[in-house]
Design a binder for this molecule. Sequence first.
Ligand SMILES: [Zn+2]
Length: 330
Amino acid sequence: MAPGNRKAPIHALTSASEYMVADFDRDFPDDEACLQWLWRQRYSQDGTHAFCERCEAVTVFKRYETKQQRQNWTCTACGLHVHPTAGTIFHKSSTSLRLWFYAMFLITSTRSGISAKQLERELGVVYKTAHRMLKMIRTQLMTQDDEDPLEGQVEMDETYYGGKPRQSDKAQWKDLPTSAERRMASQKWADKKKAPVFGMIERGGKVRAYVVPSTQRPTLYAHISTSVKPASTVYTDDAKVYRKLPVHGFEHHRINHSENVYVSGDVHTQNIEGFWSQVKRGINGVYHSVSRRHLQSYVNEYVWRFNHRDDLTPMFFTLASSAAVTLKKG
Ligand SMILES: [Zn+2]
């Protein structure tokens, strides 16, 4: 076998959307490469011509060498400076652009996410920085896109996140005199600690999932009405809360989980249940536990992963492209 070129290793094509660390190292060797990518992504396809707001025309931009290399391009007609990082999550960050890009690469190259502790080790930054980067990426970039409602065959289900009570939690009720009192106390614990999450999934399509204050009808139907197209066919278990779905114009099929029936032909909720187990496996395995206050952003991360799983563009570029925009205020 002829020796390969070490500077341009060839690796087996596993899937169209696979983007390996070798690809990343080649495309983004340093801060400058990341900045160039942002410049092209945000302002200038060819790297030279961009729309100048002051000239109100497409002009030629140049990157002038300065002593302290600034992160900007200059309009050669009027002298306007354009900073590709302005308004993005990278703006005014003391962390290098390449580390930010590498963090996004790591997040998208794992199936179930990466913890701040892992990121700290991989990037060689302090824990606080790793934690902040992850939080920014998760809350700013991995949001649920609410553009197209789900349609066709849609499964709905609710789940509870919060895990089992610890010994210290159990201490609150284990010495209570009657079993009724113990049950009440453990129920109270669950109400306080367990967060309900409501999910809807289009078969063969996207998923939406929301941490909800309760699983009462008004709460769930508010999400259903904005997330699912009318006249869709909806599959749920036999929970009471779903009984009014036909009144809202949906064709409704229920599976009798309470009678231990889980699949009956087309009638099942296997897809949404599969999604729940991915979320739980991920959160329990990678993040160990998540507070109710932050749970939605973690759920969003798994929704984002799921919804981009079959993209032709590697997930890394989808995430990096969503970083190459001006953040919404607030
Ligand atoms: Zn100009």
